[in-house]
Design a protein around this ligand. Sequence first.
Ligand code: NDP
Length: 397
Amino acid sequence: MGKVLIIGAGGVATVAAHKVAQHPEVFDEIMIASRTKAKCDAIVKAIGNPSIQTAQVDADNVEELVELLNGYKPDMVMNLALPYQDLTIMEACLQTGCNYLDTANYEPKDVAHFEYSWQWAYKKRFEEAGLTAILGCGFDPGVSGVYTAYAAKHYFDEIHYLDIVDCNAGNHHKAFATNFNPEINIREITQNGRYYENGQWVETKPMEIHKDLTYPNIGPRDSYLLFHEELESLVKNFPTIKRARFWMTFGQEYLTHLRVIQNIGMARIDEVDYNGVKIVPLQFLKAVLPNPQDLGENYEGETSIGCRIRGVKDGKELTYYVYNNCSHHAAYLETGMQGVSYTTGVPAMIGAMMFLKGIWKKPGVWNVEEFDPDPFMEELNKDGLPWHEVFNGDLEL
Ligand code: NDP
């Protein structure tokens, strides 16, 4: 039995809160705290469980967080706010003796650059405090790492090639919208691409490399090579990997909007002066774009995310593809949110469950693939994200 504090009240937090509330045998006390308390109260109302507490907190402020954590005394904080808050929340957890989980690695606000070094630097302090920090426990990062660990544990002596493939074949009937926080999303996909090959990182221009990949139940979709944070931890934790890449699908309409947004300067993350008011264009853009939380109602189609792996077992080459398809509409019916929030919020709940059950509990700062994947994989099947396997199929990569 455990007490959990969810920080953030966006799409991912809404799904995680619904899922946490479905498991009273594990989570016996729940609090949701965010910058805007009214949003936390709205989630509680949607779940219909008035025993869930809510609070207001500015998670950029360590002192405020420490006060909240000392008052509520959770066993674990699920950080489902934004990557900017990772370090302040980790710091507050250390000061109050609380365990930590998140779904995205730290990014400084003023540079669109993400890497694990900032959070891995906390490893010794978490170890010494006897506290567990689980990093990147959404779908990708998250399930992508668990899938890789599962493949390594059960099917391969050595993994040589890893391709993480992320397809959103949904249609929300808006001209342009992002599926999670627009600011974080646009920062991520407008960066240079990067992949790992033979011990080195190879950089590409944004969206420079793309090819059609075929997704189950969906068909071929143009897929673009991006850098994604789990590549950094996976090549470190599975050193036999010779090449690791990440692919994501984008439609032409989306890419055209993105190009225009960049060309007219609206993707800028530096401050500009507008009639004496300092604004960051990308933050302003977020305020006028559709809210990802409102996309669910008319969202049709599915996501399909998986790992395509090639390696050897008993001296023989083997290919393996493990994936989940998630229906936006089914996600909406269950939680009021679309599939991208769902595929992130469910694994976050499962990660917290693994910790509270004592299965994923070890002092230090860890990426998900460093834990036993089996109980997590079992839980994915029970909690709405069933997975499927293809052996020795054509990986197309
Ligand atoms: P949203 O923008 O919908 O929600 C973010 C929430 O955090 C909002 O409720 C916001 O408050 C709150 N927040 C922001 N700043 C603060 C602050 N300083 N103090 C307290 N609360 C704050 O984002 P999503 O739900 O779409 O995404 C949540 C996280 O999940 C992000 O980190 C994202 O990168 C990650 N993600 C991970 C994925 C994965 O597969 N691993 C996939 C998709 C997302 P307010 O409502 O007041 O603005």
